[in-house]
Write a protein that binds this ligand. Sequence first.
Ligand code: MN
Length: 229
Amino acid sequence: MQFAFDPIPTPSLAIQGSDLRYPVRRIFCVGRNYADHALEMGGDPNREPPFFFTKPADAILESGSEMTYPKLTEKLHHELELVIAIGKGGDNISKDKAREHIFGYAIGIDMTRRDLQDEAKQTRRPWDSGKAFDQSAPCGPITPADQLAHPDDLQISLTVNGDVRQSSSTNRLIWTIDEIIEHLSHSFTLAPGDLIYSGTPAGVGPLVPGDHVVATAEGLETLEITITG
Ligand code: MN
């Protein structure tokens, strides 16, 4: 088989302690999964079933990269999130079997063109323009699951130019890691290479060219991104 032009290289992430790379297939994101963030967005922090949106796999941006301030927005926002990397596919996965499907974890940022997302909400249009743009999924290296002791009680934080903007723990997720996988796998057949951004705590806010953004989580490799004009 010959392609009419070269297909894009498979998007991938580094794996801590390995020369192998993690090939990214799809990027799923959970909406509104911390009560304090649901409140800051004017929502209701109850346990309504989780909802999901997606980004293209090549929206991945590795640590150490520069992110070009995106087009068409005046309100680029950071959303700090624990990322779950799927290693074994399946559907209708029950929460007590969910861990068997996890390859590892990383810290990531769900970059958002908030003005375009707000407009989409108001006009009841899809969120793609607000969420699924180029370079919208910075993600740190993946730490294999067996090297992370407590993914359900992980301190996560994000600083911009050294100032703490977001700080929380994954023990405050409305839907736990296992429940996210259970819900998502009832809607999609999960496959190795699928990443799941698990939702952001409060403190989302604007980024401008020149900002140096650092996302950390206990036991995970750091993610650092610089915004350029
Ligand atoms: Mn998010």
